[in-house]
Design a protein around this ligand. Sequence first.
Ligand code: HEM
Length: 122
Amino acid sequence: MANSSQRALSSRKKVVLEPGCSPLDWARLTSSGENLRGIQPQDFPMKVDKKTLSLHNNRQDCWTVLKGRVYNITSYLRFHPGGIEEIMKCAGKDGTLLFMKYHAWVNYERMLENCLVGVYIG
Ligand code: HEM
């Protein structure tokens, strides 16, 4: 049976993240120099159309669009404080409206800077 703190968490839709998935861990990973864009450096920045975007729609390979920019959020999924299921609702699609609905205050441009793939051309 869920205890009161678990109930409080679930009603706020906040999930318990795996160890090593704190915001600080994410900050470390993004500054590690690892290629989080998942594309060749010479291909950056890409022009991404709707068809290409839609192919990157799963947990192993996940792109989304936020305000006209395409991000590879594959490596971020397990760090998402709202849980993987929620963030997967924007997989392979334009996630701008959902993102703004849940947390317009979140500074995704800085958080996902090194996950930027390019611009969305629709
Ligand atoms: C690339 C896309 C996204 C990023 C970078 C992102 C980032 C974040 C961050 C940083 C938080 C913590 C906010 C805080 O504590 O103030 C958060 C929480 C949350 N996010 Fe997202 N998010 C994304 C997409 C989504 C989507 C598509 C949904 C819903 C369909 C969603 C739903 C939530 C929910 C429910 C929470 C928990 C709010 C709470 O109770 O504290 N997020 N997200």
